[in-house]
Design a protein around this ligand. Sequence first.
Ligand SMILES: CC(=O)SCCNC(=O)CCNC(=O)[C@H](O)C(C)(C)COP(=O)(O)OP(=O)(O)OC[C@H]1O[C@@H](n2cnc3c(N)ncnc32)[C@H](O)[C@@H]1OP(=O)(O)O
Ligand SMILES: CC(C)C(=O)C(=O)O
Ligand SMILES: [Mg+2]
Length: 556
Amino acid sequence: MKPFDHRKYRPAPRIDLKERRWPDRTIDKAPRWASVDLRDGNQALLEPMSVEQKQRLWQVLVETGFKEIEVGFPSASQPDYDFVRWLIDENRIPADVTVQVLVQAREELIQKTFDALDGVHRAIVHVYNSTSTVQRERVFERDREGIKAIAVQGAEWLRREAARHPNTEWVFQYSPESFSNTEMDYAVEVCDAVLEAWEPTAMHPCIINLPATVESATPNVFADQVEYFCTHISRREAVVVSVHTHNDRGSAVAAAEMALLAGADRVEGTLLGNGERTGNTDLVTMAMNLYSQGVDPELDLSRPDHIIQVYSECTGLPVHPRHPWVGELVYTAFSGSHQDAIRKCLNRQQPDEPWQVAYLPIDPHDLGRDYQAVIRVNSQSGKGGVAFVLERDYGLRIPRWMQVELARVVQQASESQPGEVDSAAIHGLFLEHFVREEAPIRLKGYHVDRRDGREVIEARLSEAGTERILQGEGEGALSALVDAWMRHSGADVSVVDYSEHALGEGTDAEAAAYVLLNVDGQRVSGAALDHDTLSAPIKAVLSALNRVRAPASEAA
Ligand SMILES: CC(=O)SCCNC(=O)CCNC(=O)[C@H](O)C(C)(C)COP(=O)(O)OP(=O)(O)OC[C@H]1O[C@@H](n2cnc3c(N)ncnc32)[C@H](O)[C@@H]1OP(=O)(O)O
Ligand SMILES: CC(C)C(=O)C(=O)O
Ligand SMILES: [Mg+2]
């Protein structure tokens, strides 16, 4: 075989499920969530968490609203044992939270696990053994009966140890590890045998957790397996069916979601998907997926940045800037058409209507993110983004014809200095290019009178040290000034478009005005900001005239 040869691998077997029902269902409520951050997440770290780190992550998990938390493998490591003791001895487990611990189906480990839990009010003891063909044949070297015997023996040890600690409310959980690579009839057979040992009832159910320990098929195959399991397991009413998917193919969340459609009640996973190899089901993603569909996720994810901070401090792992829902860049648009659509939708979005914003599947405010980050400008951006930034940060509502011109200026700037052009730089480019009322021509003063229904202006201008008084008249002050300029310069000038708006509180100026002139057949725009609503448009005309006389690069 060649070094990179696909013939080395076999496709995962499908199961022949007749009349599968899961494709026709939708998820309309949150599952029972169980965090395995402090166990599966922890066992995957280069440097497992210290007791102090576990304490901090525990706090975040409780604040987030997890009611079932696997806190470790106390028979395996001293920090895990000490952490469990800290939770119990320091009375750190809220009344509505149940701790869970993992153990292999080995007697001495099970005994130590129950010792670690001594005095706990309620706990889930989770025992597992592997059932897949490759594990049976190559790891355990046992046949089907032999592997089933390990499971049953483990189940019996749990029942025996629980009876020795009658003051605790015990919940039993069994995982046929590598379930998704196990023959389904055999997985059901093993779990049925475990149920026989535990005799759960609807009042006192147990948990059967179905892991895709290594994800090796498309998520629909996992859904088929879960539906098969749910419809073939005995005592279904006495069993909480849980799933525990890993992300080897990048579909852990999809597999867990489809498993819910297929009948699962409970989902195990971790914050941000930490866990063995490519990780576990990312519960933040899965809960946010529900939230974005209008389903209460029953987890409080309103402060993801806090979660990310503690997660990173405890695991030593970064969070990708494009991580679903919570990455630093996921609510940021650089590209022009996205920015344009976002700006238009945000302007139309009413506070009490369902969210309808293109490219933003949820409102970033819900996660404590602000609109500052939504639109950022680089060489991929267009006029919409530039206009959005100027309005958001400076209250400037520049008209469309000026947006087009300014976007070109910003684009050139971003190409000459690659990377993001920040809001202050865009504002600087706007002022430099369009607000040009000072040079070469400057307005020293003006006076407007109304005579015979027309505005008559007398404007005092200076240019290169020479002062002149210009006179003109028109329908309004703007056209009167244009008339005065035409009489003085002999140029043919007309006003093509004009807009003005008041500026919000907190700015020095009260008004912003924008004009588009036609000067001897050439279109030129100008803008001005002024305390006075009449002076602003007059100065905007001067800005435009100055741009004809001296383009920005010369003036700068
Ligand atoms: C898919 C998962 O995430 S499963 C969880 C995995 N997590 C961990 O393993 C983290 C904590 N584990 C540990 O620290 C150690 O494995 C310990 C302390 C529990 C056990 O250590 P050791 O006794 O040295 O055994 P080791 O881990 O090497 O296990 C291999 C032995 O246990 C047996 N074994 C493995 N899993 C199980 C199981 N679930 N039930 C019963 N026996 C098992 C193996 O057959 C093997 O037996 P052998 O020694 O007769 O060949
Ligand atoms: C212990 C089990 C549930 C596990 O972590 C897995 O199979 O991935
Ligand atoms: Mg796992």
